[in-house]
Design a protein around this ligand. Structure first.
Ligand code: ZN
Length: 190
């Protein structure tokens, strides 16, 4: 749980430390607003995917399932600035599948924490391997990092791409290229 009183105090401290007057109209409610917002955007801190991925359905064929363009927003743990983009999640079932919305929920659980994109990619893949026990998982995240665009080297539009493979996808170029093909081609409405 987010300790809202502590967040409020800390935000007040930061504002005062940069020279702001925290009693002025626009800032009076800012610490409280941020404390409530942190409950939402860091709400994945105490969540795991066990329950989310526990409702499963039996299937007869084990064709690859791809859920692509899952929009996510996370916070870079080095700067506490947002990074955001799309997640693409695929797995080869082992007799069982989960509801498609559960893959998006899994992405959310790991996005709503202080994160680095590389770890988030691995955590999504590992959670699906652990809970669903498919034959393989592949996860790709494409994201823009505000710490790259509004500060430091200021490279707007640059995208960071990370990939994680588990099980059958590891070192399997054919499966991986099927994944890339489904993520990149035949886009609905494009
Ligand atoms: Zn950063």
């Amino acid at each position: 749980m987010v300790d809202k009183e502590r967040v409020k105090k800390a935000v007040t401290d930061i504002l005062e430390a940069i020279g702001e007057d925290t009693s002025r109209e626009g800032l009076v409610e800012t610490p409280d607003r941020i404390a409530r917002m942190y409950e939402e955007i860091f709400g994945g801190m105490n969540e795991d995917c066990h329950e989310i991925l526990s409702k499963r359905f039996t299937v007869d064929n084990n064709e690859m399932v791809v859920e692509r363009d899952i929009t996510f927003y996370s916070m870079c743990e080095h700067h506490l600035l947002p990074f955001f983009g799309k997640a693409h999640v695929a797995y080869v079932p082992n007799g069982e599948v989960v509801g498609l919305s559960k893959l998006a929920r899994t992405v959310e659980v790991f996005a709503r924490r202080p994160q680095i994109q590389e770890r988030m990619t691995a955590q999504i893949a590992d959670a699906i391997m652990k809970e669903l026990k498919p034959q393989g998982v592949m996860v790709m995240l494409e994201a823009e990092h505000m710490c790259m665009t509004m500060r430091g080297i200021k490279k707007p539009g640059s995208t960071t791409v990370t990939v994680a493979t588990r099980g059958d996808f590891v070192d399997n170029e054919k499966l991986q290229s099927t994944f890339y093909g489904r993520v990149k081609n035949f886009r609905v409405g494009h």
